[in-house]
Design a protein around this ligand. Structure first.
Ligand code: NAP
Length: 308
């Protein structure tokens, strides 16, 4: 493989502009050489309407980042893997658990790397929280992920459609952290609030039990105005842990022990380069499995209609 990984980006929308392009522009491990999107364009490189025409026209591509909504990612991923390109999947890696399992098998068969990226897992204080919890006796934990959908996801129809996950689109970020810092856990109950005019939930109330019997609760709310909360708290024998700001700040008993600016996407691309060079894959489906379980076990509660 050449020194810089020749990469293409597919599905040029909000997250590509906010995070992927700035991260790739500074990363010496990559050269971004093409993009494919029906409407979006990336300046100064060739753009194509779809992944098939990009792969035909730019055979030197070695890797692709797939950044379209999850419902539309499988076919593009399959096309890329069968063309022997390494694949970076935005979160969530797919709309179902089994389609991503199938992509894992396809990556192995074609001898290329598959990366199911979980950006929140790379938030700056997550490693410190994991180290703290592994040295403490946990009594209970709670996830409070409450944000304003109108502010963060304006006019995103896909997010309210089946496979868009609704409030679990941000909620899966919390799950990507807790599945990294807490013992294995299982959903014991879930109530999902579906607006009467939408196919995905606007709020969710979930309880889990860890493999060693500890209670974990998760409150997801998409109608939070004012201060937003992306917090994970744990009661332990070494004090009360608060991981806030989506994993960026860690406090123990009120004392801040870790607070750094975030660099989630540069870290994701670093990890992707590592697995490409090592010839391995990194596909942890635990966060996606919990979302599937919540929909499987959850009671459906119909609430007021939601309008943007
Ligand atoms: P977005 O802007 O609504 O969608 C990204 C792009 O995907 C669109 O601009 C569109 O580009 C393409 N697309 C939309 N529908 C498509 C379809 N039916 N078939 C093929 N392509 C389609 O969404 P986003 O906010 O960037 O989110 C994309 C993914 O990144 C999601 O999985 C999301 O969870 C994840 N993510 C988002 C954020 C965030 O802050 N927004 C943060 C982290 C991760 P064209 O019309 O040009 O094809």
């Amino acid at each position: 493989m050449s020194q810089r990984i020749k990469i293409g980006i597919v599905g040029v929308g909000k997250i590509v502009r906010d995070q992927h392009l700035p991260a790739l522009a500074k990363d010496q491990d990559y050269r971004l050489i093409a993009a494919a999107s029906r409407h979006g364009k990336v300046e100064d490189i060739p753009n194509f309407p779809d992944i098939e025409s990009m792969l035909d026209a730019v055979p030197e591509l070695e890797a692709v980042s797939l950044c379209m909504p999850p419902q539309f990612r499988y076919d593009a991923a399959r096309t890329a893997l069968e063309a022997k390109k390494h694949v970076f999947l935005e979160k969530p890696p797919g709309a179902t658990v089994s389609e991503v399992e199938n992509l894992k098998a396809l990556a192995a068969k074609n001898g290329v790397s598959l990366f199911a990226s979980w950006h929140s897992r790379y938030a700056p204080a997550v490693g410190a929280a994991r180290a703290f919890l592994s040295s403490a006796k946990i009594k209970s934990a709670a996830i409070n992920w409450k944000e304003d959908v109108r502010r963060w996801h304006p006019n995103q129809e896909w997010i309210w459609a089946p496979g868009g996950f609704g409030v679990f689109d941000p909620g899966i970020n919390a799950l990507s952290i807790v599945t990294h810092i807490l013992p294995p856990m299982f959903i014991t109950s879930a109530v999902l609030d579906f607006p009467e005019n939408r196919a995905a939930p606007v709020a969710a109330h979930v309880t889990f039990r860890t493999s060693n019997g500890l209670p974990v609760t998760m409150e997801l709310d998409w109608l939070q105005t004012g201060p937003q909360s992306w917090d994970i708290v744990a009661d332990t024998d070494k004090g009360a842990m608060v991981l806030s700001g989506g994993g960026s700040k860690l406090a123990i008993d009120g004392r801040v022990v870790h607070d750094e600016p975030e660099a989630e996407y540069p870290m994701l691309y670093k990890r992707f380069a590592e697995i490409v060079r090592a010839g391995s894959s990194d596909v942890d489906l635990a966060p996606l499995q919990h979302v599937a379980d919540a929909f499987m076990l959850g009671k459906r509660n119909v609430v007021d209609a939601f309008f943007d």
